[in-house]
Ligand binder design. Structure first.
Ligand code: FAD
Length: 458
């Protein structure tokens, strides 16, 4: 497998992506981490910094950054898959506010570490602009701001901006208004994950690549080439979790796909904007997301690819010509200046992890010595850092503000058995896409989509 072909980002890391040696024989450690994406690496990073005497081993089936961490949209945001209202309903208002504030701090923390560790991941703290391009989208923009205000977050956290200001930031077609938050940085995701892998090695962590874990059990992670015995085993496998015995229904892998244009001329950027490399989206139902890359491309993605029966994950599913064509069309609609045949040089995708109640979680069962984090849906770039810091505190037995956050030890229900899971997830995707089409035709909110959103984001 040529790892460079997995995403535009992995093809531009300035890193040969040569696999590190695989585990060769049994060994023991204090902590063994399964998966070298952001979750596994941030956990190792904070553990090793807090206690340099800990023996930490990471086992990765392919290479660091092979999963979503090497392929995503590069939004290091303060977003969570659960709304503040949903969090407050379950855990109380104060807990919801604390969680959101922790996420705001997390964006700054990632920025601090990439500077401290010299990780050149093209970090740009430009915020996020989410456009409203129809009446129903404008209603949702207003509702998002009203919700933020109810929880005490002011315009410095999330603001409704008028069409002139919104267009000055991102000159898409038909912009009526937008929400803007400063709490997001655009980054090069693969440079971050590969840089983190080098940073943890500098701290003495052992990272074995091309080492698939076939079973996790209290006190051990088992691979075909040896078993790592450890007091603590951390599962950091996100969308790939269902392939582990005993975890088939823990997470549903849902695919998100992306395209990247060729570098665009300065004259085109002068028309589009995104001068501060703001990440951008709009208030439609089926999520789209974009960023202006440091080398002047538009990297643009969206959901809408089908969920595969029995939570299967396969490299063939990374590419879905129908979705790539739709992404190109949407780019052309947003920015007619790009022309109908936007010059696209790269297209790719990957699985993200969705918990049954759309709640990300971090947890540690001290008695069994088993820890996990994930279920971030499409918001794991920032939240995996918070997860890593929190796991480090939990594993070291520290009681901190982080270990009191409401996602700690939250247990999401398991997904339904098949074929129910397949039917429900794919029906949901269809309802949301047809709602977007209907809303843009009729300029009226879709009731079916609203009902479905309430189901998805309780
Ligand atoms: C196309 C796309 C766009 C996205 N855009 C954004 C975005 O802009 N912002 C945002 O916040 N989030 C985004 N996300 C989500 C984000 O990328 C993820 O939430 C995040 O990367 C999850 O990190 P992770 O380390 O938990 O999982 P992963 O990065 O998926 O890492 C899991 C690792 O575990 C390894 N593994 C799995 N099973 C085993 C095993 N049995 N043995 C050994 N190793 C194993 C895998 O090979 C993989 O390397 C996007 C995701 C995708 C796919």
């Amino acid at each position: 497998m040529r790892y460079h072909d997995l995403s535009y980002w992995l093809s531009t890391t300035d890193d040969p992506l040569t696999p590190r040696p695989a585990l060769a024989g049994d060994t023991d450690a204090d902590v063994v981490i399964v998966g070298a994406g952001y979750t596994g690496l941030w956990t190792a990073y904070y553990l090793a910094r807090a206690d340099p005497t800990l023996r930490i081993v990471i086992l990765e089936r392919q290479v660091a950054g092979y999963g979503a961490s090497g392929r995503n949209g590069g939004w290091c945001s303060a977003l969570l898959p659960t709304s503040l209202t949903g969090l407050a309903r379950r855990h109380g208002r104060d807990a919801a506010v604390a969680m959101q504030r922790a996420m705001h701090d997390t964006v700054r923390e990632v920025g601090r570490v990439v500077t401290a560790e010299g990780i050149d991941c093209h970090w740009s703290y430009g915020g996020t602009v989410v456009l409203a391009r129809s009446g129903p989208q404008l209603d949702r923009a207003r509702a998002a701001v009203a919700e933020a205000r109810q929880f005490g977050f002011g315009p410095d956290d999330l603001d409704l901006i008028g069409s002139d200001e919104a267009t000055a930031r991102c000159a898409a077609e038909g912009v009526r208004a937008a929400t803007y938050t400063p709490h997001c940085a655009a980054l090069h995701p693969a440079r971050l994950v590969r840089g983190l892998a080098r940073a943890v090695e500098r701290l003495g962590v052992s990272l074995y690549e091309r080492t698939p874990v076939t079973a996790i059990r209290p006190g051990a992670a088992v691979t075909p080439t040896g078993t790592v015995t450890a007091r603590v085993v951390v599962r950091a496998t996100e969308g790939y979790t269902p392939s582990l015995p005993g975890h088939r229904r823990a997470i549903a892998p849902v695919y998100s796909l992306m395209v990247a244009t060729a570098p665009l001329p300065a004259s085109t950027w002068a028309r589009i904007g995104l001068a501060e490399r703001e990440t951008f989206s709009d208030h439609r139902h089926v999520i789209i997301y974009g960023q202006r890359t440091a080398d002047g491309r538009l990297a643009f993605g969206g959901r809408g690819a089908p969920y595969h029966y029995a939570s299967r994950v396969h490299p063939d599913f990374d590419r879905e010509p129908r979705v790539f064509a739709a992404l190109r069309r949407t780019l052309g609609e947003l920015f007619p200046t790009l022309g109908p045949d936007v010059p696209v040089t790269h297209s790719w995708g990957g699985p993200l992890g969705v918990a049954r109640d759309w709640s990300a979680s971090v947890g540690y069962d001290r008695a069994a010595g088993l820890a996990w984090a994930g279920g971030y849906v499409g918001d794991g770039v920032g939240s995996s850092n918070l997860a890593g810091r929190t796991l480090a505190d939990l594993i070291r037995g520290e009681r901190t503000a982080l270990t009191r956050l409401p996602w700690v030890n939250h247990r999401s229900p398991r997904w339904e058995p098949e074929p129910l899971r397949w039917l429900a997830i794919n029906a949901g995707l269809r309802v949301m896409s047809s709602a977007d089409e209907a809303e843009s035709r009729r300029n009226r909110p879709s009731r079916r989509a609203a009902a479905f959103s309430r189901l998805l984001n309780p």
